[in-house]
Ligand binder design. Structure first.
Ligand code: ZN
Length: 245
C-alpha cells in the first residue's frame, strides 16, 4: 500500500488541492497528516475540513495548538503571532473541537512507524531536528524503525545503522528502507516550504516495496498570495511563498 504523508499545510488550500490531485491520480487513498494544518495561511477551516474528510490519522502541530490556546505564543515571531490571532477569529467552533482532538503522537499500524509533528523526544516541547547531532538525541527516544516528522518545513532524512549507531543524511528524494537501519524522515511542508524551493513538498511511503519518496509539485501560489493580502495577513507571509523561505 502507498501512503501519502503530508505536513505543515498552514491553511494553504491551493497547495493542499495540488497534493490531493496527485494522490487521486496515483490512487493513494491512505493519508496521514503530521500537523500544522492551520496558521500563516488564509484558509484554515477549508484546509482542516478537507484533511479531516480524508483521514483520521493526524497529530497536533504547534500552530494547531496555538490557534486554540493550548500553546504559549510568546516565542512566535510577530508575523506568526498576527496570523495565529487572525486564525483564532476565523476558526469555526466545530473545527476548534477537531483541532482539540489531535494527539501528540500516532502510528501507522503494523509498520513500526511513529508519527509526530516536531520530535519523538518531548513532542510537546516542539523541538527541531536540523542536524545529525540533533538526530542522534532523537533516535534514542523512540523504539519504532521509522518516525515521520514535520515542523522544520525542510525535507530532511536521517538514517542510523542499528549495529554501529552511525548516523547520516540521505540526500536522495527516493530511497529504500533497509532492515539494518532506522530513520527520521521529514517530508517537508505542503503549504510553506522553507528550503529555497517554493514547490509544495510531501512524502509517499510504499509499505510493500519499503520505499520512501519525497515529491515536489508546482502549485498556484499566486492565488494564495492574493488571498493572504486580501485577508489583511502580514504581506511577508505572501512574499515568502514565492521564495520558499
Ligand atoms: Zn509548521
Amino acid at each position: 500500500m502507498k501512503i501519502g504523508i503530508i505536513s505543515d499545510i498552514h491553511a494553504n488550500i491551493e497547495a493542499l488541492m495540488a497534493v490531493f490531485e496527485y494522490f487521486n491520480k496515483y490512487d493513494i487513498h491512505r493519508i496521514v497528516c503530521l500537523g500544522d494544518i492551520v496558521g500563516y495561511g488564509p484558509n484554515p477551516n477549508e484546509a482542516l475540513e478537507l484533511i479531516a474528510s480524508r483521514t483520521d490519522t493526524i497529530v497536533a502541530g504547534n500552530h494547531d495548538h496555538a490557534a486554540i490556546g493550548l500553546t504559549d505564543i510568546t516565542f512566535f515571531n510577530e508575523y506568526a503571532k498576527k496570523a495565529i490571532q487572525w486564525t483564532r477569529d476565523k476558526l469555526l467552533d466545530e473545527n476548534i473541537e477537531i483541532l482539540r482532538s489531535f494527539p501528540f503522537t500516532n502510528e501507522i499500524e503494523d509498520e513500526s512507524v511513529l508519527l509526530v509533528h516536531a520530535s519523538p523526544l518531548e513532542p510537546d516541547k516542539w523541538l527541531y531536528i536540523f542536524t545529525i547531532s540533533d538526530s542522534i538525541l532523537q533516535f534514542s527516544s523512540f523504539d519504532e524503525q521509522i518516525v515521520f516528522v514535520g515542523h522544520s518545513h525542510q525535507p530532511l532524512v536521517f538514517k542510523m545503522n542499528k549495529n554501529s549507531g552511525v548516523c547520516d543524511n540521505i540526500r536522495s528524494s527516493f530511497f529504500q528502507i533497509e532492515e539494518k537501519s532506522r530513520y527520521i524522515i521529514n517530508v517537508g511542508s505542503v503549504g510553506q516550504p522553507r528550503d529555497n524551493n517554493p514547490m509544495t513538498s510531501f512524502g509517499i511511503f510504499d509499505t510493500d516495496e519499503r520505499t520512501v519518496q519525497i515529491v515536489r509539485l508546482e502549485y498556484d501560489y499566486f492565488t494564495t498570495q492574493r488571498k493572504i493580502i486580501k485577508a489583511g495577513l502580514p504581506e511577508i507571509l505572501a512574499q515568502r511563498l514565492a521564495l520558499g523561505v
